[in-house]
Design a protein around this ligand. Structure first.
Ligand SMILES: CC[C@@H](CC(=O)C(=O)O)C(=O)O
Ligand SMILES: [Zn+2]
Length: 327
């Protein structure tokens, strides 16, 4: 199955326009020598002809309704096109927090009803594949190209596969910019998604929420209406862009920011990702990588917060450390 190249059917004008420039992400055959080089250097690449999830290319709504099983699935409901992730366990840290979406649990049949009659709301099924799925789906899952992806995991010394998230989204749904602390092979199965990526070096331009926030790892910047007074360095972002079609696999490196959008006025999109724990380094080498620096920044923020027990004391203390001494 040609991976998302030949018969690509989408109107590029149907993706939302943003204020920053973007450059394309390389699209390379899985056996191209540069593919491994890019992954080894933790740079995004669309990998073609992996056949990674070819057995799932038939996962349209009818098939999923038949074989996803009668289990309950996590479905987010939003009043807007945005589905900004939040960690429910951290809501207690921020009493003023207002969840931007509702987390619902429903069967796939109920989800289909919502898709047919969404009213003013939008819905996004985001469910880790688990043992509640039907037998046929298990067979499809076992039919993934595990030789390929296990070889990648070994070659790049990644940690264990933690989950495969099944994503079934309405046209126009957006997952706003965030980074994950896992390596990710993102397989597009049905419909088209545009992914905008920003390297971890742009951490200072994307203003992630404080670490105690339920929106930890998510950008505070609303890409539809960026507040440049609050987030002036957002002017400096330079994105990488790719439109994924059925059969495409995008490597989203750990700590790379990504904003994911299902093509508007089009079909429901279906994707499945492969999240892997990052690998461990045998020996620390200097200068440290940007990924190591982001991990250190997160640890410093966590430690300081635990010591101070008060988020309001963070800024004055950090400013006293930096201002006039390191800047
Ligand atoms: C989790 C939702 C998102 C994908 C993503 O952020 C990831 O796989 O890390 C998307 O496809 O809307
Ligand atoms: Zn993500």
């Amino acid at each position: 199955m040609a991976s998302g190249s030949g018969d690509r059917k989408y109107d590029p004008n149907k993706f939302r326009k943003y204020t920053f420039d973007t450059e394309p992400i390389p699209r390379l055959h899985c056996y191209h020598p540069d593919t491994d080089r890019l992954i080894a250097n933790e740079r995004p690449v669309v990998i073609t002809d992996t056949h990674l999830a070819d057995t799932a290319l038939k996962w349209d709504l009818e098939y999923l309704a038949k074989h996803l099983g009668s289990g309950q699935h996590t479905v987010y409901r939003s009043k807007t096109h945005k589905f900004k992730y939040y960690d429910e366990k951290k809501i207690k840290n921020l009493p003023s927090f207002t969840p931007p979406t509702q987390v619902l649990r429903m069967t796939f049949a109920e989800f289909l009803d919502k898709l047919r009659n969404p009213g003013k709301d939008r819905y996004y099924l985001q469910q880790a594949l688990n043992d509640t799925v039907g037998k046929q789906l298990v067979l499809d899952y076992l039919g993934f190209n595990w030789d390929y992806v296990n070889e990648q995991q070994r070659k790049f010394k990644w940690g264990p596969l933690t989950s495969n998230l099944l994503l079934v989204g309405m046209p126009g749904n957006v997952t706003p910019a965030h980074y994950d602390e896992q390596q990710n092979f993102f397989a597009q199965l049905r419909g088209y998604k545009r992914v905008l990526l920003f390297p971890p070096e742009q951490f200072g331009c994307l203003y992630s929420h404080p670490i105690h926030s339920p929106h930890d790892r998510q950008s505070q910047v609303d890409f539809d209406a960026p507040d440049l007074a609050r987030f002036p360095r957002f002017r400096e972002v330079r994105g990488h862009k790719v439109v994924l079609g059925p059969g495409d696999v995008l490597y989203i490196p750990m700590y790379w920011w990504h904003h994911v959008e299902s093509l508007v006025d089009s079909e429901v999109t279906v994707s499945v990702n492969f999240w892997y724990k990052g690998g461990t380094v045998d020996k620390i080498e200097y200068p440290l990588s940007i990924q190591q620096k982001v991990a250190i920044m997160r640890n410093i923020e966590k430690m300081l917060l635990e010591a101070l027990h008060d988020p309001d004391q963070m800024a004055p203390l950090l400013c006293d450390i930096v201002k006039g001494r390191y800047d």
